[in-house]
Design a protein around this ligand. Structure first.
Ligand SMILES: Nc1ncnc2c1ncn2[C@@H]1O[C@H](COP(=O)(O)OP(=O)(O)OP(=O)(O)O)[C@@H](O)[C@H]1O
Ligand SMILES: [Mg+2]
Length: 342
């Protein structure tokens, strides 16, 4: 009974969204990684979706923050409180068996940050904690047969980070992570609208533009959306119509950086594995992979097919949740070369 895995938790601690997966129950929590605290006392007043609604709209005594912005833990204390709150929400109050937890985090996180994440999970009642790279978790969650002796490329484009890895025989052969993701897409749109139209728009408006009419590849149909913001000169509120061609232009820079990183990673991949990737394609996960036309553009620029995973936003949590099964399978498979190694 002690080894029961029914309460094992898989956690995707993302810069935008936190997801928790429990085996046999599925995704039990999916909330924005946002905390609202009282200024001065730092008392938490809201977490998750409630706190997100307060972002940029808070009265003076309350601040809503995204403690994991840009893939780094910008605010350790709030991150800890957020993790503990989310875990407490999905765990029953009285339990005999403490759960095991696997947490997927960006590989560009520092050792101090990694330890802080571990510590918070223990404080929330874990008996065992594993922190794993989010692209490894994403690959398991996307059902990629990573234990095969063949190369697989996974590209996870999140809110604050993009992680590209080549995996073979269950291990990461090449990995590169950059602190750039969907947030930078939003920022690029804000910058563009300001410099071309003298209009200051908020992050949520920019994200809406990206999701509704953003398109990385040229399209015959041109879509339009009305945005509202403040005039950069007069400060007065005003409306403006923006079209998809403009949004694509605005997104060019961050998208090019991601594609360059994919190309560089392919360049560092041993030729045998690269040959497998050409056949199997690049598997894309993370919310950023949902940007319209991005898969098409990546395929065109790299010459390698790009496939979006079935549930791109859930892969890291799913993979983290299945990590123990994956380890078990890996450990029990006998290494036929062991006898050679004495
Ligand atoms: N349909 C969509 N089109 C374009 N972008 C999208 C879409 N849906 C979500 N996104 C973007 O995906 C990002 C969030 O993705 P995700 O939840 O994978 O990030 P995260 O895991 O929290 O971040 P990270 O992996 O960097 O820590 C946001 O920037 C969001 O705007
Ligand atoms: Mg992520």
């Amino acid at each position: 009974m002690f080894g029961s895995s029914s309460s094992d938790l898989g956690i995707d601690l993302g810069t935008c969204n936190t997801l928790i997966y429990i085996r046999n129950k599925g995704i039990v929590l999916n909330e924005p990684s946002v905390v609202a605290v009282e200024r001065g006392t730092k008392r938490v007043v809201a977490v998750g979706a409630d706190a997100k609604r307060m972002l940029w709209k808070t009265p003076e005594n309350i601040i809503a923050i995204r403690p994991m912005r840009d893939g780094v833990i910008a605010d350790l204390e709030s991150t800890e409180k957020m993790i503990r709150y989310f875990i407490s929400r999905v765990l029953p109050r009285y339990r005999f068996i403490k759960p095991r937890m696997v947490i997927g985090i960006p590989s560009c996180i520092t050792e101090v940050e990694r330890r802080a994440v571990e510590e918070s999970a223990y404080k929330s009642g874990a008996r065992e904690v594993h922190v794993i790279e989010e692209s490894l978790a994403a690959a398991i969650g996307a059902d990629i047969p990573i234990k095969e002796p063949a190369g697989h490329m996974i590209c996870d484009i999140g809110g604050g980070t993009t992680e590209i890895s080549v995996i073979s025989l269950g291990g990461m052969v090449v990995t590169s992570a950059i602190r750039l993701g969907g947030d930078e897409f939003d920022e690029a749109i804000i910058k563009h609208v300001r410099s071309v139209h003298n209009l200051i728009i908020g992050e949520q408006m920019a994200e809406r533009l990206k999701m509704e009419i953003g398109n990385a590849s040229p399209d015959k149909t041109i879509e339009k959306v009305e945005v509202k913001g403040n005039d950069a000169i007069t400060g007065l509120p005003r409306r403006l119509e923006i079209d998809s061609v403009e949004v694509r232009e605005a997104l060019k820079d961050p998208i090019t950086q991601i594609i360059d990183e994919i190309k560089a990673t392919l360049g560092k991949t041993p030729p045998e594995l690269a040959a497998d990737i050409v056949d199997r394609g690049i598997v894309m996960t993370g919310g950023g992979s949902l940007l319209k036309g991005l898969d098409k553009l990546i395929a065109k620029e790299t010459g390698v097919p790009a496939i979006i995973a079935e549930h791109p936003l859930d892969c890291v949590a799913l993979g983290a949740g299945k990590y123990f099964d994956y380890l078990k399978g890996f450990d029990t498979s006998k290494n036929i070369y062991d006898s050679l190694n004495g």
